[in-house]
Design a protein around this ligand. Structure first.
Ligand code: GDP
Ligand code: MG
Length: 469
């Protein structure tokens, strides 16, 4: 797990540098502000980079769907909704979540296929939709076509709202731009089945057309070329008598390639596509319900962390612990673990909670979080307007701070657990370590730390506060 050490070191260096720069803030002014932000940003970027890699690996399931998987996904969503109802009977999101659930549950019996037509503005979406109304469906399923709103309107670079779609036809009239390519990839990442449609063939000379088609085929497996509404062309005919006859002709629309392609996909993949869509919708519903549930729980958890944070501060202030490892253990109260566990339905016995608290303390120590935060807090205390800081203040504020980080990390860890998993499965130390680092990183911004130290000083030394203000 200590492959994880690198990002925290980077963050740590960033923090020390930031504090050092912050020290000179008054003399260097804006320049140092810039310095602080870039150094912190660098640390966070490296960290986020690593996090993203982790997330993707966990979330994408590329194995083919089946009915069992769909039922499982729907059941999970239902469990989370029921849990929300148990914990917050009157939650305003409940009626809509339940309605969505009923809808998704019915999707298991759906026969028809939904196809979305998407793409930038004026690429020919509406024209294609109209042309497809004459499409002769020779498949075993009814097919609905629907146009999405245009992509790439100013200020909006998001993927189309096409969660309902079993298949997305992505229309373009030229080679893919970078932003089109990004959206294409976003859809693939969500397991959305896509076909790239190269429209307006008639606008290109044959050589140019071949080049673009080739380039598209390099990027994407499923490409078809069409002309949904070719331009009028002038036809010239040399007559025997030497005159030239000219007239205008409107070539017929040509979407035959796309038509055949769609027949094939609907027949071969229809059932799987419906399953995939239903799983996607169930997962989204589960996330929505979980987000609401997490908010409910966080509201209950925050005051508890605050309570234990100031308990730790007072106890350590009265009886300063000199060694770092003692500080780490003093900070995490087993009772805090029990109470947070209760909120997140992760039941711990007091004994188990003691083990968790001990483990977290030693993790914080190993990861260097205790040392980093005491140093940072010491620097901030020295530069505090308060001239006299009583002995024990450093330890008190540090203990409070570490309690906070530990509590927030537990919350975040519990939040990422599935609903209704037994605490008996044991803690995933690797994941808990990652969470600790992440939360620590988020709370190590100079401004946050500064206001926390101020709060701590106000709590521990009320008379010093009066002097300072
Ligand atoms: N030359 C040519 N023009 C087309 C073709 N398909 C659509 N168009 C034209 O492109 C313009 C935009 O089409 P529309 O369907 O409204 O695009 P949307 O904004 O994507 O819905 C219209 O003037 C269409 O007639 C085609 O294959 N060739
Ligand atoms: Mg349109």
């Amino acid at each position: 797990m200590f492959g994880l050490r690198r990002p925290i070191l980077v963050g740590g260096v960033g923090l020390s540098l930031a504090l050092w720069l912050w020290h000179f803030d008054s003399s260097v002014g804006q320049l140092s502000e810039l310095g602080i932000f870039s150094v912190i940003a660098l640390g966070s970027c490296l960290w986020l980079f690593q996090q993203n890699k982790l997330k993707k690996a966990q979330l994408v399931d590329n194995s083919p769907p089946n009915r069992e998987k769909v039922v499982k996904a729907i059941t999970k969503a239902n469990n989370v909704i029921n849990q929300l109802q148990t914990e917050a009977d009157n939650h305003p999101a409940l009626p809509l979540l339940q309605e969505q659930f009923t809808k998704i549950n019915n999707e298991l019996e759906r026969q028809h296929i939904n196809i979305a037509i998407t793409g930038g503005k004026a690429v020919g979406k509406t024209t294609l939709l109209q042309t497809l109304s004459n499409w002769e469906n020779h498949t075993n399923r009814p097919v609905n076509f629907q146009e999405t709103k245009a992509l790439f309107t100013p200020g909006d670079n998001t993927a189309p709202e096409a969660n309902y779609a079993d298949l997305v036809t992505f229309v373009t009239s030229e080679d893919l731009t970078d932003s089109q390519w990004q959206i294409w990839q976003q859809m693939s990442a969500k397991n959305q089945r896509t076909v790239l449609v190269f429209n307006k063939q008639d606008q290109y000379l044959s050589e140019e057309r071949a080049t673009i088609l080739h380039s598209l085929q390099q990027k994407v497996a499923d490409v078809v070329a069409i002309s949904a509404n070719p331009n009028v062309v002038k036809v010239r005919q040399h007559q025997i008598d030497g005159t030239v006859r000219e007239w205008l002709e409107t070539p017929a629309a040509d979407i035959s390639q796309l038509g055949e392609y769609l027949q094939e996909i609907v027949v071969k993949e229809g059932e799987q596509l419906i399953w995939e869509t239903t799983i996607r919708q169930a997962v989204n519903l589960q996330i929505e319900a979980k987000t609401a549930l997490n908010q409910v729980r966080q509201q209950k958890a925050t005051p508890i962390i605050e309570k234990y944070q100031w308990i730790a501060a007072a106890a350590t202030f009265a009886n300063p612990v000199p060694a770092l490892d003692l500080l780490a253990t003093a900070a995490i109260n087993a009772q805090l673990v029990v109470e947070l566990g209760n909120i997140y339905q992760q039941k711990f016995s007091f004994q188990q909670a003691q083990t968790v608290a001990g483990t977290m303390g030693s993790l914080m120590l190993k990861l260097g979080l205790v040392e980093l935060s005491t140093k940072a807090i010491a620097t901030l205390l020295k530069s505090n307007a308060v001239t006299f800081i009583a002995g024990g203040a450093l330890q008190g504020v540090s203990a409070a701070y570490l309690t906070r980080v530990a509590g927030l990390s537990l919350i975040e860890y519990f939040q990422s657990q599935e609903v209704a998993i037994n605490a008996e499965n044991g803690l995933n130390l690797n994941k808990l370590g990652q969470t600790l680092q992440k939360v620590f990183q988020q709370n190590q911004q100079v401004a946050l730390l500064q206001s926390f130290v101020q709060q701590g000083v106000n709590r521990l030394l009320p008379e010093a506060q009066t002097k300072a203000s």
